[in-house]
Design a binder for this molecule. Structure first.
Ligand SMILES: CC(C)(COP(=O)(O)OP(=O)(O)OC[C@H]1O[C@@H](n2cnc3c(N)ncnc32)[C@H](O)[C@@H]1OP(=O)(O)O)[C@@H](O)C(=O)NCCC(=O)NCCS
Length: 145
């Protein structure tokens, strides 16, 4: 498990694999331009297990908050605690940075992810109607550290 506090620490090959995972397996993938913006900005943290998946946070030091933007485990590797390990490895770094809360949004019908986040201690905060580009609503969720 690799954890980087700056995406530019990834090799080009690793960066491309993460983009591929995102494009292939996420319901709402980012464009290359969005990923490149993320790569060139310093306030992101990624945990990454080559061939298995990744977990990406945006770090907001002003609000002392880490925003979980994406977590993905490849379909054939799910339910083996890889997601938990990706999250936990990132969490150790986030706690070392003295951030105080974790925040995320998740589509209301993504029951597996909602179960996963509740298992990690996140609580539903509020419903954002028509949050996604396809009109789907999202739960925002919060965990205090
Ligand atoms: C959500 C996701 C990252 C979980 O990763 P994972 O490695 O399969 O999960 P883990 O094995 O670490 O599971 C940890 C806990 O999550 C919950 N969970 C995971 N998969 C579940 C499932 N299919 N059904 C119900 N609960 C589940 C369980 O509480 C589990 O704990 P338990 O095994 O003690 O019951 C994975 O399903 C995934 O990549 N989904 C697609 C991408 C996505 O929706 N990401 C979130 C939105 S950004």
């Amino acid at each position: 498990m690799n954890v980087f506090t700056d995406l530019s620490q990834l090799t080009q090959e690793e960066f491309e694999e993460i983009l591929h995972f995102d494009a292939e397996f996420f319901d709402y993938p980012w464009t290359r331009a969005q990923w490149e913006e993320c790569y060139s900005s310093g306030n992101y943290l990624i945990s990454y297990k080559p061939g298995y998946g990744f977990c990406l946070f945006h770090l907001n030091f002003y609000e002392q908050m880490a925003h979980l933007l994406k977590i993905l485990v490849l379909p054939e590797k799910r339910t083996l605690k890889i997601g938990f390990d990706l999250y936990q490895s990132a969490l150790v770094k986030i706690e070392n940075l003295s951030l105080k809360k974790l925040y995320l949004e998740v589509a209301v019908d993504n029951i597996v992810a909602i179960n996963f986040y509740e298992k990690l201690g996140f609580k539903k905060l509020k419903l954002a109607k028509k949050y996604y580009s396809d009109g789907k609503s999202a739960w925002s969720m919060l965990k205090l550290l």
